[in-house]
Design a protein around this ligand. Structure first.
Ligand SMILES: Cc1cc2nc3c(=O)[nH]c(=O)nc-3n(C[C@H](O)[C@H](O)[C@H](O)COP(=O)(O)OP(=O)(O)OC[C@H]3O[C@@H](n4cnc5c(N)ncnc54)[C@H](O)[C@@H]3O)c2cc1C
Length: 478
């Protein structure tokens, strides 16, 4: 019997597990995929929004600003790649300058610190690659960039160190009301819990309807991106937004925490929330729109395209609240959900406690985490480490200088990866220009060796994404 079962381990479920794991509770997170953070959390713009966008007075406005504030301390405590580089909303016409002023006023109402309206000259001094057609901008210094899956992993791993269980390949297929709370049927048997949290992203309406009448509709919206090589990384220092309009929020250009450049997204309504693939038209639109902000991006330096699916809804806010007794919805967590996640986690703790969950703080919960990054060590530290463990002396990913020692460490981490992309998300191998073309086969070998699994069973990513199909040469018997 669990005190709380959390359905879905994206950033919302992971942050909620982290916040709850500081209390004496028996916790479980049920995730349908073979790894955490494979939904919207892995494919988004990776921006920590300052909070001038949401309507004042909404939950979204409050949780966005709080989440932005928390990102700074949590990223330090949990060793997550984060840079507070600020954001600009660029205006290219007097009408857009009006929008900039409206956003500024909203930001003031929402409590966004340090905002300024900049002149054309100030913008171009800060951002020399921005088009000279710019006439001004809203500057928000509290905005930043983060590695989204590292953030989710940091929450999940710390929750596990505090005793939370994470069950992968455990999609919830049905929920029964019981005297004690709920019985959750999963692909791997059933789980009993007194309280349930629904953080199932684009599936959160379906999960809600397992226990309560239909209350909201998910309206999935896809966004396509270009990820550029580090050669383009200097084209933006801040996050460069365009003015939001009836046509959407506009396309952004931003550096990433790894020094690359990200360009996107568009917004395309979709009927199938699970069909997350880029389209030629989508990417052409992104390129065309981005040229308005930064005209000299060289798309020959693109190293990857990807798409993400927004859990947009028919409401103008996050859907956070009790759907039934002992059943909490954290549903329709659209943008700025990545930013808001830790604040949503805090909110979940508060609501659950107001609704009967007994919270007794642990004396010494784990609240910090440290990840070893070989390339960031001094020469002396590297030499010492290689002497202690020669695996740190073998570079597997040459683009990103990731050693075998780091890959082995990732494979034995508190939420262990089962795929090559799972190792990539933890150790950083395959993140560079070749996108795993060279190191992929070596990571596969290491993963098979360390987990004792046959190489044929190792996947690229989600369940079913096999890389090797059969052996073509048998080893000669001596
Ligand atoms: C294109 C795009 C750009 C964005 N940009 C930003 C940004 O820059 N900044 C920002 O703050 N936000 C941004 N967002 C929003 C942000 O990514 C999301 O709000 C956030 O990732 C949502 O997290 P989540 O955990 O609620 O959902 P998800 O990450 O989708 O996680 C839901 C999880 O539930 C699991 N699940 C579903 N059904 C079941 C089931 N029945 N049983 C068990 N598990 C289940 C899924 O497998 C998944 O792992 C963007 C989103 C998109 C798509």
């Amino acid at each position: 019997m669990f005190d709380v079962a959390i359905i879905g381990c994206g950033i919302t479920g992971a942050a909620t597990a982290f916040m709850l794991s500081k209390y004496k509770l028996n916790l479980v997170v049920l995730e349908k995929e073979n790894d955490i953070a494979l939904g919207a959390t892995r494919a988004n713009s990776a921006i920590i929004h300052a909070g001038y966008d949401p309507k004042p007075g909404t939950m979204m406005a409050r949780l966005n600003v709080r989440g932005c504030e928390l990102a700074e301390t949590l990223s330090k405590d949990l060793d997550v790649s984060y840079i507070k580089n600020g954001s600009l909303v660029l205006a290219f016409s007097e009408k857009e300058m009006e929008t900039v002023k409206e956003l500024y006023d909203r930001g003031v109402k929402n409590g966004v610190p340090g905002q300024k309206i900049l002149s054309k000259e100030e913008v171009l001094e800060m951002e020399p690659h921005v088009s000279s057609a710019v006439i001004g901008a809203l500057y928000a210094p509290s905005a930043g960039i983060i590695n989204p899956w590292e953030y989710a992993l940091a929450f999940a791993e710390t929750a596990v160190l505090n005793g939370c269980e994470i069950r992968l390949n455990s999609g919830v297929t049905g929920i029964e009301k019981a005297d004690f709370g709920y019985r959750l049927h999963t692909e791997e048997g059933y789980v009993d819990a007194k309280f349930v949290v629904n953080s199932a992203g684009v599936d959160s309406a379906a999960v809600h309807e397992m226990v309560a009448p239909k209350a909201f509709t998910i309206k999935p919206s896809r966004g396509d991106y270009y990820l550029m090589d580090k050669a383009e990384g200097n084209k933006a220092k801040c996050v460069l937004f365009q003015c939001p309009s009836e046509a959407g929020k506009g396309v952004l250009v931003s550096p990433t925490v790894h020094g690359n450049l990200i360009v996107g997204p568009n917004a395309v309504s979709c009927t199938d929330a699970h069909r997350v693939n880029t389209t030629q038209e989508g990417l052409a639109f992104v390129k065309q729109m981005a040229a308005k902000s930064v005209p000299d991006i060289n798309y020959r330096n693109a190293i990857r395209n990807f798409a993400g699916m927004r859990a947009n809804t028919d409401r103008d806010d996050f859907i956070i609240g009790m759907a039934q007794d002992q059943f909490l919805d954290l549903a329709g967590i659209k943008s700025p959900g990545l930013t808001s996640a830790p604040a949503i986690g805090e909110e979940a703790v508060k609501i659950l406690s107001e609704n009967g969950l007994t919270l007794i703080p642990k004396e010494n919960p784990v609240t910090t985490r440290k990840t070893l990054r070989f390339k960031h060590l001094s020469g002396e530290e590297k030499a010492r480490l290689v002497k202690e463990n020669p695996l740190y002396g073998r570079v597997i990913c040459r683009c990103e200088t990731i050693t075998e020692g780091e890959i082995v460490q990732a494979i034995h981490s508190p939420v262990p990866p089962v795929s090559i992309d799972g190792v990539k998300r933890r150790a950083g191998s395959g993140m560079g220009r070749c996108q795993g073309g060279f190191c992929g086969p070596r990571v596969l070998e290491i993963l098979a060796r360390e987990t004792g699994k046959p190489p044929l069973s190792i996947m690229k990513d989600k369940e079913g994404s096999y890389i090797l199909t059969e052996e073509i040469k048998k080893e000669a018997k001596s």
